[in-house]
Design a protein around this ligand. Structure first.
Ligand SMILES: [Ca+2]
Length: 239
């Protein structure tokens, strides 16, 4: 495992690679939501492009659609998503369908988007019309598993973290949970870093500064994961 420091902490809501060295990161909070592109080869990771989202929106998950070169970013409760071109210029505002309760996480699968809304449901959404085409329910041993948050699609599996848990899920395409990974060591490392630097973890918001953000790095077969307002992005291998 390797820990990459990030120059400026963000309330991370989405993480995805756009190429071997560039990591897209979306973040939330009213008045402080951004879409950033980080260079993973600099130390700390340098932001090479940054767009701030209008103060009235709370940014959420993001995905880059290689087929079109476009980036789509969700917002939390205002039923809006944004379409950006390759230069991260806003080109369209999209309306989140009413069946999707809130905007949480997003990834893309074979040209479709996959959106989570904090429930057990994952919705396939057409990236052009932004209409729902189908859905799947996440279940663990036959029981619904809710609060599915950030998503990442990798080779026929969906990886997801669960809000307020240190768990990374590997989900089959039919919604059944195939595997669970315990990532609690990462939060321990964050806490250790704060202690080592005289920063007080107790001043942090324990309910919110949780694991969130999964990006698969296909060139090394590793995952880059982080959390909300964390100081590092961790590169891990799942096994
Ligand atoms: Ca992701």
């Amino acid at each position: 495992m390797k820990a990459y420091p990030i120059a400026e902490t963000r309330f991370v809501e989405g993480l995805e690679f756009i190429d071997e060295t560039h990591l897209m990161m979306s973040s939330g909070s009213y008045g402080n939501s951004h879409l950033d592109i980080l260079d993973i080869e600099t130390d700390p990771m340098e932001t090479i492009k940054s767009v701030q989202i209008s103060d009235i929106y709370f940014g959420e998950g993001v995905t880059y659609v290689p087929e079109t070169g476009e980036t789509i970013m969700l917002t939390y409760r205002k039923r809006k998503a944004f379409r950006f071109n390759q230069d991260l210029e806003l080109i369209e505002e999209l309306t989140i369908p009413s069946m999707i309760k809130e905007g949480w996480g997003m990834t893309h699968i074979d040209g479709d988007l996959l959106v989570s809304d904090g429930s057990q449901m994952l919705y396939y959404v057409d990236p052009e019309t932004f209409e729902i085409t189908s859905s799947i329910a996440v279940t663990d041993n036959g029981r619904p598993l809710t609060r599915i948050n950030e998503l990442e699609h990798v080779n026929g599996k969906i990886y997801a973290n669960v809000f307020q848990l240190d768990t990374l899920l590997e989900i089959n395409m039919d919604g059944t949970v195939a595997q669970k990974y315990d990532l609690s060591d990462l939060l321990k490392q964050e806490k250790q870093y704060l202690r080592d630097h005289g920063l007080n973890w107790s001043s942090y918001d324990h309910a919110n500064n949780v694991l969130n953000g999964i990006a698969y790095h296909e060139w090394t077969d590793t995952f880059f994961v982080t959390g909300k307002n964390w100081h590092f992005i961790y590169q891990i291998r799942l096994n």
